[in-house]
Design a protein around this ligand. Structure first.
Ligand code: MTE
Ligand code: MO
Length: 359
């Protein structure tokens, strides 16, 4: 792919909002969709551009001090021959909701100004990372793995940070991480990591390395700019070198455009979705201007996906109105009114004020 087309799939403006090499899903484009995000509507976050990789010549190489022997390689066919597993899991950028630090809290943050569309939920099929690690000769002394992408080096501010890569503690690597080769029942599409990507459930999107090429397995802790410089909570409220970002937080969104229009006095049903890296959603409340009311769940609760919900609303007098949704997950974590500031704008979990117009 050339620099002019960093994303391969079509990006219709009614479905995506595009920022350079990244595209977020418009929430109104999920209205009427089921619990999975179709590939054609799934957000894309590319540090550079989507590479074109031939599954027939592709190899995954594992190496490092956490393995008993030398490097081990797997072909695409090798992976297809190993026991497969299918999971439903959300994939969400750590910076999803970042624009609200500025628009709701008046705070300065760096990074892509996502609204709430840097999330999707898919069915992922592949091989457990634990299976591949065991086959490669994992020792008891391994502490970290470092998956690395085959896309171009990431160059920022004149500095080459090398291949996109981020260490994962061995405990998480062995728990529920998948080497995925299918998304929603089809081979993984180019923009989402063809032929094989990592899917790290409940953790921030940067963990789920696309276009996987190599995995270092180490008996000493590993670092990369994506866990030292980026994807840390930095600022006065945090330790001097920040806190590493891992698990996702609880969020909610309405399946409505910004400034959606409603007819005065009309009766309608408002729909939305809530999700959390801590597990299933327990309760969702909605405020349309007259206090919090409990929303009704639609469909089964998903541990690693999202909870769809709906609530009736009789729109009032003409003018500007604000809709708010607030979710609580199984751990009791509830969306706060304000997210503590961090310089790079990660993990925004505060209740979002969604503007609508009654006409
Ligand atoms: N992996 C590689 N190799 N290169 C990337 O640019 N972006 C990461 C992650 N994996 C990235 C990557 C980030 S920041 C996110 S949020 C997710 O992929 C996005 O996955 P998607 O584009 O399939 O939605
Ligand atoms: Mo991300």
């Amino acid at each position: 792919a050339s620099a002019a087309t960093p994303i391969v799939k079509p990006l219709p403006p009614e479905i995506f909002e595009v920022y350079g090499t990244n595209a977020e899903t418009r929430w109104e484009a999920l209205s009427g969709q089921g619990c999975l995000t179709p590939v054609e509507r799934f957000f894309v976050r590319n540090h550079t551009a989507t590479p074109s990789i031939d599954a027939c010549t592709w190899r995954l190489k594992l190496f490092g001090t956490g393995l008993r022997g030398g490097p081990v390689e797997f072909s695409y066919r090798d992976l297809l021959g190993l026991p497969a597993e299918t999971i439903t899991s959300a994939l969400e950028c750590a910076g999803n909701g970042r624009s609200f630090f500025s628009s709701q809290q008046g705070q300065v943050v760096s990074g892509t100004a996502w609204k709430l569309g840097a999330i999707g939920v898919a069915r992922w099929r592949g091989v457990r990372l634990s299976t591949v690690l065991a086959k490669a000769g994992l020792t008891r002394h391994a502490v970290d793995v470092l998956p690395e992408g085959l896309d171009a080096d990431h160059v920022t501010g004149g500095v080459n940070l090398g291949k996109v890569r981020r260490p994962l503690p061995i405990a998480k690597a062995l728990q529920d991480v998948l080497l995925a080769y299918e998304m929603n029942g089809r081979p993984l599409p180019p923009d989402h990591g063809h032929p094989v990507r990592l899917v790290v459930p409940s953790w921030v999107g940067i963990s789920s390395i696309k276009w996987l090429g190599r995995i270092e397995v180490s008996d000493t802790p590993l670092v990369s700019p994506w866990n030292t410089q980026y994807y840390r909570l930095l600022g006065p409220d945090y330790p001097a070198d920040g806190t590493v970002v891992t698990r996702q937080v609880v969020k909610s969104a309405f399946e409505l455009p910004w400034n959606a229009e409603f007819v005065a006095g009309g009766r309608q049903v408002l729909r939305g979705r809530s999700w959390s890296g801590n597990g299933r959603i327990r309760r969702v409340e909605v405020d349309t201007g007259a206090g919090w009311r409990q929303a009704k769940f639609v469909g089964a609760a998903a541990d690693r996906g999202w909870q769809r919900w709906e609530i009736p609303w009789r729109s009032g007098v003409p003018g500007a109105h604000t809709l708010r949704a607030r979710a609580t997950d199984i751990t009791g974590a509830t969306q706060p009114d304000v997210t503590p500031h961090n310089a790079q704008g990660y993990l925004f979990d505060a209740v979002v004020r969604h503007p609508v117009r009654v006409v």
